[in-house]
Ligand binder design. Structure first.
Ligand code: ME8
Length: 558
């Protein structure tokens, strides 16, 4: 109806589009899962608002060209093969993306050409000679001051980038240049006016500092075809291909159907601007300077927020395809089950600030913790002993109800009344034992929301863990299975713990969607939105189906 209509645009989130120069590793899975958590959360939080979620592969440029050559393959065939591994990982990891974009697709070519012509028409492109250092690994130029030259004594013979330690080579070529320098003031104003533009906050601080103190250089945005054959042709100049990073960042526009035929209303911009871009800290400059500059030039709104996460390392060295020190995500999923890997990656890496060293032992520890906090709790709450005792309690209560209707003699009425009073007292005692748990359960959804708004995934997950810890502790304290315990204890336990499981199940969906789904199925929970988690549920322990919450998911991956 008109009253409920909002012209809120779809919520839009992206991951980097990855180089298919080698198979994906844990670092790529980490970006995918992080973005997936936000996408899933937003769908639950506002089921009426569509979520667009773009991921994919970045297929052009010398890095890919070289990798294909090493395998003796044509770049396109090579990309077809490796891009498929990324797609398979996204599917295997239950990523809820809505678009998987490949930059070699026709639709993307059109975007790049359209943008190029726009920039040209605004006189932002000119021909110039670029002299400097180029790193194929990073696909970017470095000035002399950004390069470390080997000392004559050292065994190393190649200069490397200060920032990334990747080898660089000296290059001089005539290219098309983009007047990035003309956008310096606008960029600075944007950063100053939007302190939350990049998270964590150390990145914008550094950028503001350099935008204030150093002149932005124009950047080279094409490569001679003689050197980089595998790329988008510069419109009107077959001797040049478009610089792969310009090509790549435009995929976020292609992913939602840009250009929109000149339309500028939110509803017609397919979800633009992007609400959240999840990226690794290695590619901040491209997302925080280059893409915003192009968007400013195109007079499009800038991205709303960027989440730049730290890296997974292996023996303290960044895991990378180029170094070859990677962990295979498929293997980890096969060994521990998908949701335990998702759980470990984001519970440990969900602060995003510090690098984390990958550890098989830690993964195993977190897998066990997750299983015991949730899986064992579920089993204990729904055990046969509890079921039986709940039934006894219910029969007793029913009996009491019937008796109340026909009190026979005065003495019997008295006895009945006393029974009722002690039953009530007992019930209250057990309710008190679960009071903290129910309080924590009630506020859980809002606490998660608050943390996710701050982009703090680790703390959001910690809230779930806290509730499960209280739940396990309260349950052990009441011990409704012990021979000395009453059926009343079981009844109150089922009531409180099933409510906790229901709310936890709903709240777990963004983080561990399979386990959460199985749990909610087992409990018979139909309404699974964020809103529903805040309404008190009325589950019956007799309706709960037995289920194995944790299992390995070979089928999903292969
Ligand atoms: O840079 N730890 O692609 P890429 C955490 N095509 N995250 C990691 C990681 C690690 N060790 N290694 C990679 C590119 N990542 C470009 C992007 S976007 C328009 C173009 C993640 O295959 C992280 O998100 O090298 C990082 O930014 C991205 O993968 C780089 O992937």
């Amino acid at each position: 109806s008109f009253t409920t209509f909002t012209n809120e645009k779809p919520w839009y989130i992206t991951t980097p589009i990855f180089y298919p120069n080698a198979s994906p590793h844990i670092g790529h899975l980490y970006s995918l899962v992080t973005a997936d958590i936000f996408a899933r959360y937003h769908r639950l939080e506002n089921p009426d608002r569509p979520v667009h979620f773009v991921t994919g592969t970045d297929e052009h440029g010398s890095k890919i060209q070289k990798a294909a050559m090493m395998r003796g393959m044509e770049p396109r065939t090579f990309c077809d093969e490796i891009s498929e591994h990324f797609r398979r990982l996204a599917k295997g990891a239950n990523i809820s993306h809505t678009t998987f974009i490949r930059t070699s697709e026709e639709r993307h070519l059109n975007t790049v050409h359209h943008v190029w012509r726009q920039l040209e028409s605004k006189n932002l492109i000119y021909r110039g000679t670029y002299t400097g250092w180029y790193s194929i690994t990073d696909e970017c130029f470095y000035t002399d001051s950004q390069v470390i030259h080997p000392s004559p004594q050292s065994e190393e013979s190649t200069p490397i980038s200060k920032e990334t330690s990747s080898p660089v080579e000296f290059t001089q070529e005539t290219n098309y240049m983009f007047r990035l320098s003309s956008l310096q003031d606008k960029l600075l104003s944007h950063f100053l006016a939007n302190p939350d533009f990049i998270y964590p906050s150390n990145y914008p601080e550094d950028i503001i500092h350099s935008l204030k103190n150093e002149p932005l250089q124009d950047i080279s945005i094409s490569r001679p075809r003689s050197r980089v054959k595998w790329g988008v042709e510069v419109p009107g100049d077959p001797e040049h291909t478009v610089y792969v990073w310009v090509d790549a960042v435009l995929s976020y526009l292609t992913g939602i159907g840009y250009p929109w035929n000149g339309v500028r209303k939110h509803e017609d911009m397919g979800g633009w601007p992007v609400d959240l871009q999840v990226i690794g800290k290695d590619i901040v400059r491209f997302h925080a300077i280059y893409l915003p500059a192009i968007l400013l030039a195109l007079e499009l709104p800038l991205q709303t927020r960027i989440l730049a996460h730290a890296h997974w390392t292996s023996s303290q060295k960044k895991m990378s395809k180029s170094l070859g020190n990677t962990t295979d995500p498929f293997q980890a999923i096969e060994e521990f089950g998908l949701d335990s890997v998702r759980w470990y990656l984001t519970r440990v890496g969900g602060k995003f600030r510090d690098d984390v060293d990958w550890s098989h032992d830690q993964l195993s520890k977190h897998h066990k913790e997750f299983q015991s906090l949730l899986g064992n709790f579920f089993l204990r709450v729904t055990s046969n002993t509890i079921l039986k005792r709940v039934q006894d309690a219910q029969t007793m209560l029913k009996q009491a109800d019937t008796d109340q209707a026909v009190p026979i003699s005065n003495q019997e009425t008295k006895n009945w009344f006393q029974d009722m009073v002690s039953l009530q007292q007992e019930t209250n005692k057990y309710r008190a034992a679960y009071a903290d748990l129910l309080e924590a359960t009630t506020v859980l959804p809002d606490k998660i929301t608050q943390n996710l708004r701050k982009l703090d995934v680790a703390d959001a997950m910690e809230e779930i863990v806290d509730v499960l810890r209280i739940a396990n502790r309260s349950l052990s304290d009441v011990a409704p299975w012990s021979p000395s315990s009453s059926s009343c204890a079981a009844l109150v336990t089922a009531e409180a713990c099933l409510e906790t499981l229901r709310v936890v199940g709903i709240c777990l969906q963004p983080f561990a969607p399979d386990v959460a789904g199985r749990l909610l199925d087992a409990l018979g929970v139909e309404e699974r939105t964020w809103m529903a988690s805040k309404k008190r549920g009325t589950l019956n322990v007799h309706d709960v189906k037995g289920v194995k919450l944790f299992r390995n998911e070979k089928d999903r991956v292969l």
